[in-house]
Structure formats: C-alpha cells, structure tokens
Design a protein around this ligand. Structure first.
Ligand code: NAD
Ligand code: WQD
Length: 339
C-alpha cells in the first residue's frame, strides 16, 4: 500500500478519489487551499471510510509547505488535482490561471524532485485535443490550441511533464484526460458543489431540480448531432476516481509519461441528459433553447480502449446512475456543503 499526496483533495474529483484510495488501503495526505472547496468534504470522506485524512491547508505554489509535507510523510506518489477550472473566468483573468495551474504544477514537481518522489498522476482534460479531430477521440490524435486559457494551461502542463519525463528517466507520469465528470457518491454525502452560477451542465440541471435556478438554458439546438444539441461523454465521478487508482498502480512500475482518456466511450446529447434526468428522478426540468455558447464543439466523446487495455480500468456506471446519484446528492444537500 502507498502513501499518496492528493493536491486539490477537498475538491469534487479529489474528494471522491480520497474515498477510493482509503477504501483500497492507501494512506492519504491532502494539500488544498480551499479556494474552491470546503473542509466539510474531507469530514465526509472520513465519515464514509472510517479512516483519517492528513489535511494540510495550503497552496501548491508554497514551496515551504510542500517541503514540509515531503519531510513529514514518506510519500510514494502524488495525484495532482489542484487547479482552477472555470473556462469563462480563465478568459477574464488569464494570469491567475497561468500562475495557479502552470506555475503551481512546476512548483509541485520541483518539490517532488527535491524529495525524490517521481510518481505523478495529473488531471488533464479532453479539451487538449485539436477541435478538428472527429470523435471518438483517441490518444494518438493530435492535440491543438484549446479555445480558452483554462484548456491552454492543461496543454502546457501536459507538454512540460512530457519533456520532464523525456529528460529524466526517474519520472513516471500519467496524464488522465477526463471527459465530462458527473454524478456523486452513492451515499449522497459527497458531490459537486460549485460556487456561484454553475458553468457545467449537470450542476445546473440539479440546481434547477432543487429550485435554486428557474430553468435550464440549452446552448444551441442546431448542431449536427442526433437532436441538434451538443454531445459529450459523461463519466461517473466514482469511475473517474477509480481510474486514478489504476493509473497509480500502472505508474509505480513504469517509467516515462503517457496519456489515457477517461470516458465511457458513449456520446450523449443535452436533451438526452434532460429527458433521462426527468425520467429517472421523476422531476421536470423547465428549459429554453438559447444561442450556442462560444468555444463549444458539437460532439466530443472518447475512445477509451487504451485505459481499458493498459490500466485495466472500466466504467461501471451508466447514465441513469450518474443522473440518479447527482440528484441524490443535490436533494440531500440543497446548498452543497454550506448547510
Ligand atoms: P475542484 O475545483 O472541485 O477541485 C480543485 C481543488 O483544488 C479545489 O479543492 C481547490 O480548492 C484546490 N486548489 C485550487 N488551486 C489550488 C492551489 N493553488 N493550491 C492548493 N489547492 C488548490 O475541481 P474538480 O472538478 O475536482 O477538478 C479537479 C481537477 O480536474 C482540476 O485540475 C480540473 O482542472 C481537472 N478537470 C476537471 C474536469 C471537470 O469537468 N470537473 C474536467 C477535466 C479536468
Ligand atoms: C456540456 C454540454 C454545453 C451548460 C467543460 C470544459 C472542459 C471540462 C469539462 C475541465 C455542452 C451544454 C452546458 C448549460 C448547456 N472541464 N450546456 N447549458 O463544455 O463539455 O466541458 O467541462 O477540464 O474543459 O470546457 O461541459 O458541462 O459545460 O457542457 O446547454 O447551462 O452542455 O453547451 O454541450 P463542456 P459543460
């Protein structure tokens, strides 16, 4: 069993990954500055697992804090979730994104090098693929210039980690390219808790369902898709969390830097999400069609064969689980962790 440093471990994907790590017998140290999360998420991780998490409130840009963590703990591997992720905000304050996501990642790997820890799993995104690629997207397809600064930071960090592993064979790095994470822990104790107006579809839908928002705006109904609305590959957050355990396992016995898509391989439209949510949960979602959102592509879904073959990972949850679990979380926690 390993001791894993989880940066951003109080966040949506990080907290679910902590549960899976602890349940698998790993020890977990979380470093999070709580800029987009709440300590309550970690309390719930501990309740669900009956295990304790070592929590350090601090920033990945703070090398003193990082060195202390590596001195105080025998860390075997790092899973690096910490980062800012709001696409629209990244267009308004790019430097904040460059500093936090790019400089923050450099600061982290520098501290890892000082501590002789060379196993890393990085949260990347399907947004790094060139928009001209036709889905299903596979890892050999070219990356391209993302349409926003958030995506740009993911591409840059992927590239610098690749170059790092090329230059120094001690590194073993997994780049996990997430598609669209949704869903929540089955217990309803943990889930996605965005601050302010949600940017992403699923928390918007659940906030409409719970009465916090009036209606869903569907961005575009004239795409060349099954019903004119955008098609994405939604992946249950617990399946995504487990992909990190598979990647850790793979990297502990490997060398170099390699990318894996983490998606189900199924494309699903916005209208299908709305209709399936209504059917599974018995709640109507009022909606209107609105203009296309700038920067959106019509269709994006994964070819996940590489993760299945090389990591031994499979997605166990389908769309109905994702939508039932998202709702279970939201209805039990109408105001997220801020109750
Ligand atoms: P999140 O905002 O819930 O979690 C990120 C966590 O990092 C938060 O707890 C935040 O407080 C923390 N953090 C941010 N900057 C930090 C810093 N400088 N130092 C320490 N902690 C810091 O987001 P999430 O959805 O859980 O995403 C996790 C990672 O996965 C991010 O890197 C994100 O870019 C990436 N990702 C997310 C999605 C998605 O749709 N949710 C898709 C692809 C990739
Ligand atoms: C999904 C679909 C929208 C909201 C983003 C980032 C990406 C990654 C995941 C981090 C699209 C439509 C949405 C709404 C809608 N994040 N939609 N009404 O855009 O695929 O990906 O999150 O890495 O980088 O770009 O996800 O959930 O925002 O949108 O109609 O209120 O839902 O147009 O078709 P997206 P999303």
């Amino acid at each position: 069993m390993s001791k894993v440093l989880v940066t951003g471990g109080a966040g949506y994907i990080g907290s679910h990954t902590c549960v899976e790590l602890l349940n698998a017998g790993h020890d977990v140290v979380v470093l999070d500055n709580l800029s987009n999360s709440s300590k309550e998420a970690l309390n719930r991780v501990q309740t669900l697992t009956a295990k304790s998490v070592d929590f350090v409130e601090g920033d990945i840009l703070d090398e003193v804090v990082l060195d202390q963590i590596f001195q105080n703990h025998q860390i075997d591997a790092v899973i690096h979730f910490a980062g800012l992720k709001a696409v629209g905000e990244s267009q308004k304050i790019p430097l904040k994104y460059f500093e936090n996501n790019i400089s923050g990642s450099i600061s982290l790997v520098q501290a890892m090098e000082r501590a002789n820890v060379f196993n890393l799993v990085f949260s990347s995104s399907a947004t790094v693929y060139d928009e001209a690629n036709i889905s299903p997207l596979n890892e050999d397809m070219p990356t391209g210039m993302p349409s926003n600064n958030y995506g740009y930071t993911k591409l840059i960090v992927e590239q610098l980690l690749e170059k790092l592993a090329q230059a120094d064979e001690r590194w073993s790095i997994a780049l996990l390219r997430y598609f669209n994470p949704v869903g929540a822990h089955k217990s309803g104790l943990m889930g996605e808790d965005p601050q302010g107006i949600p940017n992403n579809l699923m928390p918007y839908v659940t906030q409409v369902a719970v009465g916090r928002r009036e209606k869903l705006s569907i961005f575009g109904n004239d795409y060349d898709t099954v019903d004119g609305t955008g098609v994405r590959d939604y992946i249950h957050v617990v399946d995504l969390a487990n992909a990190h355990l598979c990647a850790l396992n793979n990297r502990l016995n490997a060398q170099g830097c390699r990318a894996w898509n983490i998606g189900t391989g199924n494309g699903c439209s916005v209208l299908e999400i709305k209709n399936t949510f209504e059917r599974v949960n018995g709640i109507e979602i009022p909606f209107e069609f609105a203009p296309r959102r700038e920067g959106d592509v019509a269709t994006s879904f994964a070819n996940n064969a590489r993760a299945v073959q090389e990591l031994g990972w499979t997605a166990k949850f389908g769309l109905e689980d994702m939508l039932a679990d998202s709702w279970n979380w939201q209805k039990q926690n109408p105001n997220g962790y801020r109750d």
